[in-house]
Design a protein around this ligand. Structure first.
Ligand code: PLZ
Length: 454
């Protein structure tokens, strides 16, 4: 390691892993930055937690006023192996000094190939796989659909209720929620069909029953022979961490295989070690035809991928896939470091540790507060669905007010706690795998205070 690199790395490690609130939240320096920002940054790019981050390490964000926040959101599931992970910092820093851009489709480089090899190895399914790298989750979804259409020669795309797939024109059409994602931004891409999902807490259906409903809907409203693909999040992210009933996704995939429909798993939020497996599909024994990764894959650097059956991926003709920055060398170097860290530090077990620490605490709170309707998720992807008082056994009416107040209270007390859910009725935990049990328990203490203050 060079001296410069050593000092760059040591500059990132000196963050004590503890919560520390020393000003009002947001503090004066954050407020001043916010005023500047409001003059020049588009209002559409609003910030949920307007503290301005100075630096971060592990599970802690430090703002410009010196406050330290426990980060239970990881930038929506991106810094899965921890902020400024030493391996990522070293690999990316080294790469910046060697090659920052080549444009793989002009003059290629090894990092891109390495990431494709790692994805072929770690995505579910023991068959020949190929990968294309792009910049963002939405772009991975776009390319997955594009490849499925070329492979099948079919037009229609199916998605599930409560899904989120991105903010580009095609992916806006694939989202469930109009507000804030789509409202006023149309016209949208056509031939996207929204089918009922499996949502055990609300529909009470078995996996087989829910699959029958989804399939009947698609056969009736689209017709299998016109369907290019189904895109499904194995555990829905923005929708509120719905874990489908056992057998649901397997039945969908079986139907896809029988009917020549490409089954695409959007693992953008649930993948890359977050749930205690490399990919959430593995919890259900699924082997999707295509797997979409992004977010956690490169430790905070922008990178996304479509990985899948070689014969499907190769349906796109040479020159048919690409983009200027896709598979950028710094991002691919960081991604290789992420895969190395997951293996070397046995990070899949850390996701299980996090669930084992969080779940009993959340169940304890559930038995105490009747507005807690459901606790669900896997590994370091756990959520609470809040209901109106007294409706937990009946209508399970969404309780967005409780969610908003708890998240606000946590923020003011140094915990970044993200919300989710179609009705804003879910609090989600997406901590990095570097978050200690002490930090998790400290956060639970804050949440409990918020609950009793309601
Ligand atoms: N698919 C399952 O979770 C991104 C959205 C943040 P991009 N989720 C966070 C926001 O408010 O825009 C996401 C996802 C799933 C696709 C995407 C899109 O990934 O990298 O944000 O394009």
């Amino acid at each position: 390691m060079t001296d410069t690199l050593a000092s760059a790395v040591s500059a990132t490690v000196g963050v004590p892993q503890e919560r520390r609130v020393i000003t009002a939240i947001p503090g004066p320096k954050s407020l001043a930055l916010h005023e500047r920002r409001n003059k020049v940054v588009a209002s559409g790019a609003a910030s949920g937690f307007p503290i301005y981050v100075d630096h971060a390490h592990g599970g802690i964000l430090v703002d410009v006023d010196g406050n330290q926040f426990i980060d239970l959101g990881s930038g929506i599931g991106v810094t899965t192996i921890g902020h400024t992970h030493d391996g990522v910092v070293a690999a990316a820093s080294r790469q910046v000094g060697e090659l920052t851009h080549g444009l793989f489709t002009i003059t290629p480089y090894e990092g891109y190939v390495q990431v494709a090899e790692l994805l072929a190895k770690h995505t579910p399914g023991n068959f020949a796989k190929k990968t294309v790298l792009v910049n963002s989750g939405a772009e991975a979804v776009e390319n997955g659909v594009k490849i499925a259409r070329k492979y099948t020669g079919r037009r229609a795309v199916a998605v599930l209720d409560h899904a989120f797939h991105g903010r580009t024109n095609l992916t806006m059409a694939m989202n469930y929620k109009a507000m804030p994602y789509g409202l006023g931004f149309g016209p949208f891409a056509s031939d996207i069909h929204h089918a009922p999902n499996s949502y055990p807490y609300h529909d009470g259906l078995s996996g087989a029953e829910a699959a029958e409903r989804t399939i009947a809907f698609l056969e009736k409203t689209v017709g299998a022979s016109d369907l290019a693909c189904i895109v499904a999040e194995p555990i829905q992210g923005e929708g509120g961490f719905m874990v489908p009933a056992d057998g649901y996704l397997n039945a969908l995939q079986e139907w896809c295989t029988k009917n020549g429909v490409v089954f695409i798993a959007d693992e953008i939020q649930a993948g890359m070690a977050r749930t205690g497996k490399y990919f959430a599909s593995e919890h259900f024994g699924l082997e999707p035809d295509l797997v979409l990764s992004a977010k956690g894959i490169a430790g905070g650097l922008p990178l996304a991928a479509v990985t899948g059956r070689a014969e499907i991926m190769d349906a796109a003709h040479p020159g048919g896939l690409g983009g200027t920055f896709g598979g950028n060398p710094v991002s691919t170097a960081a991604a290789v470091a992420v895969f190395e860290a997951i293996e070397r530090d046995n990070l899949l077990a850390e996701a299980v540790r996090i669930e084992n620490t969080l779940r009993p605490q959340l169940e304890r709170l559930k038995s105490k507060y009747d507005i807690i309707g459901d606790i669900r998720g896997k590994g370091a992807m756990i959520a609470i669905e809040f209901v109106q008082p007294g409706t937990g056994a009946t209508s399970k009416l969404p309780n967005a007010q409780a969610v908003a107040s708890i998240s606000k209270f946590a923020f003011e007390h140094g915990v970044i706690l993200l919300t989710a859910g179609t009705y804003g009725n879910v609090i989600r935990f997406l901590p990095s795998l570097a978050v200690s049990d002490e930090l998790l328990l400290d956060s639970i203490g804050v949440i409990e205070e918020a609950l009793s203050a309601l």
